[in-house]
Design a protein around this ligand. Structure first.
Ligand code: GLA
Length: 390
């Protein structure tokens, strides 16, 4: 085969794969995931209740479409090697039908290793078979969590880190190909905690999103560490391929309202997947209000598809900006300190003239700048979240 023909075929495969990626994740995925609240206790009934609540609360109409089952749905395999569900999930196809009947999509979880993080059955050696099973059930999203593959990588690489990386990458690529071969659009979410600079090669292995960090938990300290560590990653996100600093903890009770508003605002600036992680059947009005704030979601989902980044940081004060379509920008002034403090935004510092329009996204009110500046007291661990436009 001539080199020209080969490069033509390679370009064709790349463009097809990238068109496929954009179709399923043109904007960061939004939905719910069972892990942060239910962990290994999640059942079919919990997932149905989450689907019901997403619809009745208005979250679906706000953009939350994926209902994702995390780890612990798996049993072993039958004599033909087909993956089985355990007794918490008696009929996955029926569950998918139920979720679809609500205008939602169903996500599932597996590992490229023999075992998942919680010690359940992984997809190692059964990738094509599992992909086919997911497609037959009607699955729309796969979170693929490295965990059990680490042992395999260690053994097969003999401790050589480059070899281990090659094994890891091949494992993700293998499942991507298996998913594509099913012909069903299945969003592919890589979960390997940001190792080996996954943002640089995630798109190559078909990732529509990739975790950039270890696990979040429901504390301000952990959320802050994860969220603010994302500075510098904006260039790796694009329609079809998103950095994923892990799922939301909003409404789980471990942070106060200012801290949860910081969590949501920061994730929106980061164009992060917005996967609610609370019990949707028991959420307060305040939690629902945060999760469904239209202005905040619009920042995350903006059609330009550009992730925001840090503009500057001085002590505990940070300003982050995200370019939006139509030349607008979302600007977040974060106070990571222990005391409330006035913070000032100078319009010219973010590329806008004195007369620019300003909106406070959490309050839903217009803000007037004086002499091209806005100063407001930002609570401890809180945020002043603004949209600036001409
Ligand atoms: C890992 C992942 C979590 C969750 C658990 C499930 O820790 O990072 O998000 O999926 O596994 O076992």
């Amino acid at each position: 085969m001539s080199r020209r023909l080969l490069s033509f075929i390679a370009a064709f495969i790349f463009l097809t794969a990238s068109a496929f990626a954009q179709k399923v994740a043109a904007t960061p995925p939004m939905g719910w995931n069972s892990w942060n609240h239910f962990a290994d206790k999640v059942t079919d009934a919990d997932v149905r209740a989450a689907a019901d609540a997403i619809v009745s609360s208005g979250m679906r109409d706000a953009g939350y479409i994926y209902v994702n089952i995390d780890d612990t749905w798996e049993a072993g395999r039958d004599s033909n090697g087909n993956i089985q569900t355990n007794k918490k999930f008696p009929d996955m196809k029926a569950l998918a039908d139920y979720v679809h009947s609500k205008g939602l999509k169903l996500g599932i979880y597996s590992s490229p290793g023999p075992k998942t993080c919680a010690g359940y059955e992984g997809s190692y050696g059964h990738e094509e078979q599992d992909a086919k099973t997911y497609a037959a059930w009607g699955i729309d999203y796969l979170k693929y969590d490295l965990c059990g593959l680490r042992e395999v990588m260690d053994k097969q690489s003999g401790g050589d880190r480059l070899k281990a990386f090659v094994i890891q990458k091949a494992a993700y690529e293998k499942m991507h190909k298996a998913l594509v071969a099913t012909g069903r659009p299945i969003l592919f979410s890589l979960c390997q905690y940001g190792w080996n600079d996954v943002w640089a090669w995630g798109p190559e292995v078909g990732g529509n999103a990739w975790r950039t960090t270890g696990d979040i938990n429901d504390t301000y300290a952990r959320m802050e560490t994860i969220g603010f560590s994302q500075a510098g990653l904006s260039k790796y996100a694009a329609p079809g391929h998103w950095n994923d600093p892990d799922m939301l903890e909003v409404g789980n009770g471990g942070m106060n309202a200012d801290e949860y508003r910081t969590h949501m605002a920061l994730w929106a600036v980061l164009a992060a997947p917005l996967l609610a992680g609370n019990d949707l059947s028991k959420m307060s009005k305040e939690t629902l209000g945060m999760l469904t704030n239209k202005d905040v979601i619009a920042v995350d989902q903006d059609a330009l598809g550009k992730q925001g980044d840090r503009l500057w940081a001085v002590g505990p004060y940070e300003v982050w900006a995200k370019p939006l379509s139509g030349g607008a920008k979302a600007i977040a002034l974060f106070n990571r300190g222990e005391l409330a403090s006035p913070m000032t935004l100078r319009l010219k510092d973010v590329g806008f003239p004195q007369g620019a329009k300003l909106r406070d996204l959490w309050k839903g009110t217009e803000v007037t700048a004086k002499n091209g500046e806005v100063t407001q007291v930002v609570p401890s661990h809180g945020v002043l979240f603004l949209k600036v436009s001409q």
